[in-house]
Design a protein around this ligand. Structure first.
Ligand code: TEU
Ligand code: CA
Length: 545
């Protein structure tokens, strides 16, 4: 078998902390997910990717794992997990686990035993002496920290590309590979369908030499998509994943198309698909952490380039690290429904596997907090601290955080118009967005203009229409406002038109045709309304919206 996925798969990402709380401790849990399985089955998805549910001190909300083979008590038990897998299966929904193997938690037994002096476990991590009182090298860190921290009182330092509670594993050590094989098998034997592999293209560091200076992540040339990384992925695939038919999606930072192709070429047997980042960087950027508004034309060009460049890839607009997509458009607040349904149309008609992030299906937006004290994300706090050190004025610092904070996408799921959006009966770990009275599953369902109903329609189409499942992608038009492309399979053709702006857009003659589906009740052939989406089928004209 060349690939381990079905082309009609639609994945739904759950951030367990923020999805549904059943015991009132303010933190989402596995029982909450089990209770919502019918909701998810009804939406039409057939796989769930769970952000980490393992034992963790939660320095980075579970991306710092202290025990890979146990469920964090706040989420439930292994028995709950097994029930989730079984109940998912009944509904045709597979479970995808998050695999975080660039680093562990510093509270993991391996790191603790390393600190206690056990040589065997010291080799699991990347330890170095300082250079005459200076750090071992000049590398940067993803979370705006210093990437080296003192290793106990040994005088040595350990490398951490993320927080100091996330020491990087030493992938030069074959014992680490054996441990990870064992972890994979543990979950595969419990029936999971695959893994989302966290920052997987940085795991293998070629050397620890100084890097060429960059404004961010100096040193990255020594660890991005190294041959060692390719080899590890190939080994895991052949020896562990393929025998189970398990699929993988890699989160791959700073990949371009050639690199993404190398990682996903079926003949090389590494990953099935990757999350690339280029289309998430189409905002006007001043420095990495100070984005202003999205530039639609740049986004269209980027999407078209990746669609043409890759045979198949993961297709996403939101996740737990990103601000809400519709909030990135300058005028989406006035057109929340339209922008969200346009995004549904776009995401379900691009070629590749769609990943819907919780809340996307009801058009959730960025948080509306007024103060840093409401923000929990470690990255946001680090950036704020760094910005303070650099003398950036307070108002600007806050604006940076509001626009880019990962907590924008992490606010609790809004289920009902009741207190805390029905997410919890207690106090939520992170404040619910103030718009929960109007933006929530229940209110949306009662509306005759339901956002979710449109997502549902698009997801069903995506899973059943052979042209959307497997058709090629052809760019038709990239303009200031309108993006048009075709999906083509044999003699069948679907044309997609998206107005990615909050202004009406006049259409050229060749783009005017009667749509079979739109996110507006009425459409005018020659003008697209703000954030209007159209699907035009060759020969088809039944208006379904
Ligand atoms: O993210 C990796 C990553 O690239 C992000 O940290 C990114 O730099 C940042 O979000 C941009 O704002 C993965 C996980 O998705 C993330 O939640 C973890 O914090 C990180 O790895 C470390 O495990
Ligand atoms: Ca709970």
């Amino acid at each position: 078998m060349d690939v381990n996925y079905q082309k009609d798969m639609v994945v739904y990402q759950i951030y367990p902390r923020s999805f549904a709380d059943t015991n009132g401790d303010g933190i989402g849990d596995l029982r909450g997910i089990i209770e919502k399985l019918d909701y998810l089955a009804d939406l039409g998805i057939n796989a769930i990717w769970l952000s980490p549910i393992y034992v963790s001190p939660d320095d980075d909300n579970g991306y710092d794992i202290a025990d890979y083979k146990a469920v964090h008590r706040q989420y439930g038990t292994l028995a709950d997990f097994d029930e989730l897998v079984a109940e998912g299966k009944k509904r045709g929904i597979g479970i995808v686990m998050d695999l975080v193997i660039n680093h562990t938690s510093d509270e993991h037994e391996w790191f603790q035993r390393a600190l206690a002096g056990e040589k065997r476990y010291q080799d699991y991590y990347i330890l170095r002496d300082g250079k005459n009182g200076k750090l071992p090298n000049n590398w940067g860190n993803f979370f705006a920290e210093c990437p080296w921290a003192p290793f106990g009182d040994t005088g040595k330092y350990y490398l951490h590309l993320f927080s100091k509670k996330q020491p990087d594993l030493n992938w030069h050590n074959p014992a680490v590979l054996e441990e990870v094989k064992d972890i994979l098998r543990f979950w595969l034997d419990r029936g999971v369908m695959g893994f989302r592999c966290d920052v997987i293209n940085v795991i293998y560091k070629n050397t620890l030499r100084n890097g060429k200076w960059r404004p961010i992540l100096t040193g990255m040339e020594h660890y991005l998509s190294t041959d060692g990384c390719h080899k590890i992925l190939n080994t895991l695939r052949r020896e562990v994943l393929d025998p189970y038919g398990a699929f993988t999606v890699g989160e791959t930072v700073f990949v371009d198309i050639p690199k993404a192709k190398d990682l996903t070429d079926p003949a090389r047997k590494e990953l099935d698909m990757v999350f690339a980042f280029e289309h998430m960087e189409c905002d006007q950027v001043i420095v990495k952490w100070f984005k202003t508004r999205l530039r639609p034309k740049r986004l269209m060009k980027c999407l078209a380039k990746w669609q043409q460049g890759m045979d198949w890839n993961a297709c996403y607009f939101e996740n737990h690290d990103q601000p809400r997509f519709i909030s990135r458009f300058a005028d989406a607040a006035a057109f929340r429904r339209e922008a969200s349904t346009m995004m549904a149309g776009l995401q379900m008609t691009l070629r590749g596997t769609p990943y819907v992030y919780e809340g996307q299906e009801i058009g959730m937006t960025n948080f509306d907090y007024a103060d840093l004290s409401d923000v929990q994300d470690i990255e946001s706090h680090n950036i704020y601290a760094l910005a303070t050190k650099l003398g950036i004025p307070r108002a600007v610092r806050w604006k940076m955080i509001r626009r880019t904070s990962r907590d924008n996408g992490r606010t609790p799921m809004q289920w009902t118009p009741q207190a805390h959006g029905g997410f919890t009966s207690g106090t939520p770990w992170l404040k619910v967005n103030g718009n929960y009275k109007t933006v929530n599953v229940e209110t949306d369902a009662a509306s005759d203009n339901s956002v979710r109903a449109f997502w549902k329609t698009m997801i069903r189409l995506r899973k059943t229409d052979p042209v959307l499942i497997d058709g090629t992608f052809e760019t038709v038009h990239i303009g200031r406002r309108v993006f048009a492309f075709d999906r083509v399979l044999g003699d069948k053709r679907c044309r997609v038109l998206c107005n990615m702006s909050g202004k009406a857009a006049k259409l050229a003659k060749h783009l005017q045709a009667s749509p079979s589906l739109s996110n507006y009740q009425t459409v005018t052939p020659d003008v697209m309304q703000p954030f209007e989406f159209r699907l035009i089928r060759e020969g088809g004209d039944t208006h379904e919206a």
